[in-house]
Every structure is written in structure tokens, then in C-alpha cells.
Design a protein around this ligand. Structure first.
Ligand SMILES: [Zn+2]
Length: 273
């Protein structure tokens, strides 16, 4: 990515961040900020092997989906990545679907790399990271950062351990040797235990299985159910979220033969109808 383009993305990430609620250094709840800023947000536990998220522009609305079977810290990064697409790449109608390859930076697609860079700058801007390390972490200059320090950073910025390491390396705060050492320390001591020992946010390391669906998406779920794209159990769970049962919507349902797997393409097809 060219230096000018990187700077342009930092400017966009910074101006989005200004609209978010920040604690001392990190964004407190990016999901809430998105909802407040008018994004149509969907969260649903599609399973660990399913796609991680998507961003769609429909009419003048941005629709963002995140798979809440991911660990919360991963789901937050997916959200930031999808916001990146919406800000950088969705001026016209269109859509992006993301999986483990695009989100973890293993895709060579330029737009995927840009969305990841946007997410990193939104969640962990250079100045806030430097300020946090300087003011909140003792002896970091003499001793370097420990795995405990990384989980402190993780808790403040609501990111995963791996993303923290990745970003710290990109900001030249740690080098590749330190990164390897910290990664080994993580494997030995387990992130969940480390989080506990610093009184950090343990929720980051587990999946929330959150369901968050704007009421109008009940119709999309029914559409998908009618097209065999989601099983009956999914429809029941979505309805239960609004305290409804199958009987309450029976007039909208067609006869059902087989239960196929969840299918994001169909859901997007539903959105574009
Ligand atoms: Zn993407």
C-alpha cells in the first residue's frame, strides 16, 4: 500500500473514531457506536467455520453483519474491518463478504488489506497506543513488554492478543523476536488466565453468541427460511429474540421440505430484493 493511500485511510479512521465513545484510550463499544451512527447491524452465531462478516450498501443504508460465534475480540475486529469497507469502498451499491483469509490479512486483495489497515488504525491508533504504554505500563522502557502487558493493551483497546502483537510490530514498538517470545508466553499461560490475572475483560476471549437483528430482518429470516437457506431452528431462535413463535408468523411461511445450511449469499440476495 502506498504511503499516500495509508495516510488517507488514517484520516478516515481518525474521523470515524472521533464519532465513537472513547474511554481513556480505546473505543468502549464499537457495536453501540455503529448503531448510533445509523448502521444496520446484524449479529448472529453462524458457527465457527462460517464466514465472519459482510458489509452491504442497500439504498442509502449500510448493513453490516458479524458472526458472533467468533471470540468477542475477533468479532470487534471484523466489525471494524466492515466499517472500513463501508467508509472506503462502498460509495456505490455493492457488498463484501469476509472469511478467515480476508480478515487475518492473508488475502492479497488490495481492498481487503485496506479494510484491515483501517480497522487497525480505528481500534489502535498509533498515538493512543504510545500514550497507553508510556503512561499505564511500568518499566516498559527497561524491560520491554510482557504478556501481561499485552493483555492490558488488549483489554483497553478491545482487541485480540494476536492483533495487539501484530499492530505493535507494525508500529515498531516490538520486533519480530519479541513478538515470537510474547506469542510463546501466550501459548504457555493462556490468554484467559492472563486476562484474569490483570483484572482484564475476560469476555474478549470467548464468543458472545450475541443475536442482534433489527426488527425488519425478521422478514429476511423468513425469506431465507422459505428458500431453504436457514433451518427451522434458526428461524425459531430469531423469532424467540422478539418473543414470537412459528405460529405467530405461520401465514408467511411456505411448506418446507429440507433443511439446508445457512447461506450468506441468500441473505444478501434477500437484502438486495
Ligand atoms: Zn473484507
Amino acid at each position: 500500500m502506498q504511503t499516500d493511500r495509508k495516510r488517507a485511510i488514517r484520516i478516515q479512521a481518525d474521523s470515524f473514531r472521533e464519532k465513537c465513545k472513547i474511554s481513556k484510550y480505546g473505543i468502549i463499544d464499537l457495536f453501540k457506536d455503529c448503531a448510533r451512527l445509523g448502521y444496520k447491524l446484524l449479529r448472529y452465531p453462524l458457527g465457527e467455520n462460517a464466514d465472519l462478516g459482510f458489509a452491504v450498501k442497500k439504498d442509502n443504508d449500510f448493513v453490516i453483519f458479524t458472526n458472533s460465534s467468533s471470540r468477542l475480540s475477533r468479532e470487534i475486529f471484523t466489525l471494524a474491518h466492515e466499517i472500513g469497507h463501508s467508509v472506503l469502498h462502498l460509495e456505490e451499491a455493492g457488498s463484501f463478504i469476509d472469511d478467515h483469509i480476508t480478515i487475518t490479512g492473508r488475502s492479497s486483495d488490495e481492498k481487503e488489506q485496506e479494510a484491515n489497515y483501517f480497522a487497525a488504525c480505528l481500534l489502535m491508533p498509533s498515538d493512543a497506543v504510545h500514550r497507553f504504554i508510556d503512561l499505564e505500563i511500568q518499566h516498559s522502557h527497561e524491560k520491554g513488554l510482557s504478556a501481561m502487558d499485552i493483555v492490558r493493551i488488549m483489554s483497553e483497546f478491545n482487541i485480540s492478543f494476536d492483533m495487539a502483537l501484530h499492530r505493535l510490530e507494525n508500529l515498531s514498538i516490538i520486533d519480530s523476536h519479541q513478538k515470537l517470545r510474547l506469542d510463546n508466553e501466550k501459548t504457555e499461560r493462556k490468554v484467559g488466565n492472563l486476562l484474569q490475572s490483570v483484572g482484564g475483560n475476560a469476555r474478549l476471549n470467548i464468543s458472545g453468541h450475541e443475536i442482534e437483528i433489527p426488527y425488519e430482518y425478521i422478514d429476511y429470516t423468513i425469506y431465507n427460511y422459505n428458500h431453504n437457506a436457514v433451518p427451522k431452528e434458526t428461524l425459531e431462535r430469531v423469532l424467540a429474540y422478539y418473543r414470537l413463535s412459528i405460529e405467530d408468523v405461520s401465514d408467511k411461511l411456505v411448506d418446507h421440505k429440507s433443511d439446508d445450511e445457512d447461506d450468506l449469499d441468500d441473505l444478501i440476495g434477500g437484502l438486495n430484493d
